[in-house]
Design a protein around this ligand. Structure first.
Ligand code: SOE
Length: 380
């Protein structure tokens, strides 16, 4: 399909009305698009969501959104198992696509989507949004310019606690909706994407173990981060997806990397943390304190502070508020969507995560699942 660069305001449709539907809608508006309508699992729910989010039209279903000639971009914010059919249909209809991660629930589907995006010549982006923290851009620049030196060790974790209790549940717990991996695909995927992107390394092999601490949880398709009222008589479903993952990677250049992932670590809300240790210096970033980047050297340590007038070009570009006026997750998401729309207009922006990155993430998830099953080192 020939590429056509849309002139004027982009028309957007949102598919899905959970927490992420609201996040995508806000970012889309801030990036100057016009939201033409929203589709969800039912026409009734779409009407409610349209009213809540101030969107003019409630589509009867996703097909109607995809067929809308006023729409150039489809944002897919639905459970994981629906990403593949929806993104395929949107690309086939000539739309640009923003699809939540994990891109698909099987490696074959992720690959097919990446291929379809190339053949359709459409912008197809996956929100690995932590790339948009200005301090993450600074970390990448410090690895690139040699400040850190030859990489020797990478380690870290991504910990949450929103599934700690026996009555906590979510649609992701059900493999039929969320896919065969939960904690790793949901949040471990962010960590791996960041590390490969910052370090320029590629994970080559992995040995991983997955663990399910909560053997059953309340049945039903519950929205992310919503509390379920404990009810002793509520039906429960067996849990087949992991609460915890431990992985040891070796990169192509031979750098050992360890990662701990958990959605059941009390007190940890959204703690993506990593340390990159090089021959000259070590770097530490903590997503819950995203305004700072720690750089340790043998003789001294430094704290970089996000600042639109200091540091690397990409740090400055994404630091939209003055230093000391905290930026965070919302600004990352907004910058990601703004860069996606810039790409649709034919502009080049550094670090836009695409369906290729979604497929790459699928390769890592697949190898982690395979390694855990086989109890052995596995090639990625
Ligand atoms: C839930 O674990 C979640 O919302 C993830 O799905 C997001 O990708 C992550 O950014 C925050 O936590």
């Amino acid at each position: 399909m020939a590429e056509t660069k849309p002139a004027g305001t982009l028309g957007v449709a949102i598919v899905g009305a959970g927490m992420m539907g609201a996040v995508h809608s806000r970012a889309s508006r801030l990036a100057g698009a016009q939201i033409k309508g929203i589709a969800t699992s039912s026409p009734e729910r779409a009407k409610e969501a349209a009213a809540q989010l101030g969107i003019g039209r409630a589509y009867s279903n996703a097909d109607e959104a995809i067929a809308d000639p006023a729409v150039q971009v489809i944002h897919i914010c639905t459970p994981n198992s629906t990403h593949y059919p929806l993104a395929m249909a949107a690309l086939a209809a000539g739309k640009h696509v923003v699809c939540e991660k994990p891109l698909a629930t099987s490696l074959a589907d992720a690959k097919a989507l990446a291929n379809a995006a190339h053949s359709a010549q459409r912008v197809a982006a996956v929100p690995f949004v932590y790339r948009y923290h200005p301090m993450v851009r600074e970390a990448r620049a410090l690895v690139k310019d040699g400040t850190v030196g030859a990489l020797q060790l990478i380690h870290g974790s991504y910990l949450q606690d929103w599934l700690l209790g026996r009555d906590d549940t979510n649609w992701r717990v059900d493999a039929a909706l969320g896919g065969p991996s939960r904690a790793f695909a949901d949040i471990g995927s962010h960590w791996c994407d960041l590390i490969e992107w910052i370090s320029g390394e590629r994970f080559e092999s992995v040995v991983a173990t997955l663990q399910t601490t909560m053997k059953d949880r309340p049945a039903g398709s519950v929205a992310t981060f919503s509390a379920v009222t404990p009810d002793a008589s509520a039906a429960r479903q067996a849990v087949t997806t992991e609460d915890i993952a431990g992985a040891l990677f070796r990169t192509q250049a031979g750098v050992l990397t360890t990662l701990t992932v958990s959605q059941v670590s009390a007190g940890r809300k959204n703690r993506l943390w990593f340390e990159i240790d090089g021959a000259n210096a070590s770097l530490v970033f903590d997503q819950e304190e995203p305004e700072k980047l720690w750089l340790g050297e043998r003789d001294s340590t430094r704290l970089f502070v996000r600042d639109p007038s200091r540091g690397s070009a990409e740090q400055r570009r994404l630091a939209t508020l003055p230093a000391g006026h905290a930026q965070g997750y919302a600004q990352c998401f907004e910058a990601f969507v703004a860069d996606t729309y810039a790409a649709i207009r034919g502009e080049t922006r550094e670090g836009l995560p695409t369906f290729d990155d979604g497929y790459r993430s699928g390769q890592i998830i697949d190898a982690v699942l395979g390694s855990s099953k086989a109890g052995a080192w596995t090639q990625i």
